[in-house]
Design a protein around this ligand. Structure first.
Ligand code: GLU
Length: 285
């Protein structure tokens, strides 16, 4: 009989700006759940977007989390050091005949799209699915910007009905089974332009590699789980139990975001807040 594995949870921020109260909530929620489960809390730096992620923001994440009183074993994994691993998994999907190159620009996609994905982005209409092999070769050889997309229809046909386990409101609750609906995402990008991976690919590869048993993340990330369980199935990766926590909203009821001018933890610290104030404000006193 195999031993049940130790609970392992992770906080996985992207270093594309300073952390705000929404990140602090997610980090404290995750650390608190790890403690209650008697498991580990890991930190993973999701810095695959080379254009937007900066080393100084990674250093600031360490500083802010330590200020909040959080600790993690060993060195935090940095996804930018693991591109070769993701490339290998993307290669497997390609060998399975499930990836195709897409040369469309954002503007072209926006103009051709008929609907939106669950994040509200234009749904890719599959334009490049129909390119002739000779045309693909010509464009690849001429150094066109390329990204690689998953053939959603073929992938879903292989997988059949997919489910995942959701424990709400915390990972200590009994998991319930949910059906995944990957078809609402269309053909998602697996390898972005200029990177051998995408958020969707690297997150499932690393949750598996780090033996994450429970994923705790904001409610806004719930729909993307459709794609994660599809990739887990196709690549033979383990599927953790998911918990989607509440979002911290700003005064207008919008999600806290750097782009909406949310105050960062550094701003609050400079304004005299202590770490205890943040804990109390977010309900973790
Ligand atoms: N890196 C993602 C973000 O900062 C979160 C990934 C996850 O929790 O799965 O939005």
């Amino acid at each position: 009989m195999s031993m049940p594995s130790e609970p392992i949870l992770r906080f996985a921020p992207s270093p594309n700006g300073r952390l705000h109260l929404g990140h602090a909530y997610s980090a404290l929620f995750t650390a608190h759940c790890a403690e209650q489960l008697g498991g580990q809390f890991l930190l993973r730096i999701e810095d695959t977007d080379i254009a937007r992620c900066k080393p100084e923001f990674t250093e600031a994440i360490f500083e802010d989390l330590r200020w909040l009183g959080l600790d993690w074993p060993d060195q935090a994994w940095r996804q930018s050091e693991r591109f070769g691993v993701y490339e290998g998994f993307a290669g497997r999907l390609r060998e399975m005949g499930l990836l195709y190159p897409c040369f469309c620009s954002r503007t072209e996609i926006a103009a051709a799209a008929h609907g939106a994905d669950p994040d509200g982005a234009p749904l890719y209409p599959g334009t490049c699915r129909h390119l002739a092999p000779s045309e693909i070769e010509r464009r690849l050889a001429s150094g066109h910007d390329v990204q690689w997309r998953l053939r959603g229809d073929l992938a879903i046909a292989r997988a059949g009905l997919l489910t995942f386990a959701v424990a709400q409101p915390t990972p200590l609750d009994r998991p319930q089974i949910r059906y995944a609906r990957p078809e609402r995402w269309g053909d998602v990008v697996i390898r972005r332009k200029g990177t051998p991976t995408s958020y969707h690919l690297s997150v499932v590869v690393d949750d598996n590699a780090q033996r994450i048993t429970h994923v705790t993340r904001g409610r806004d990330m719930e729909p993307s789980t459709d794609i994660h369980v599809l990739l887990q199935f196709l690549l033979g990766l383990s599927s953790p139990v998911y918990t989607f926590h509440k979002l911290i909203l700003d005064a207008d009821g919008g999600k806290l975001a750097k782009s909406r001018g949310a105050e960062t933890l550094a701003d609050l610290r400079a304004a005299g807040w202590t770490a205890d104030d943040v804990h109390a404000h977010l309900g973790f006193a």
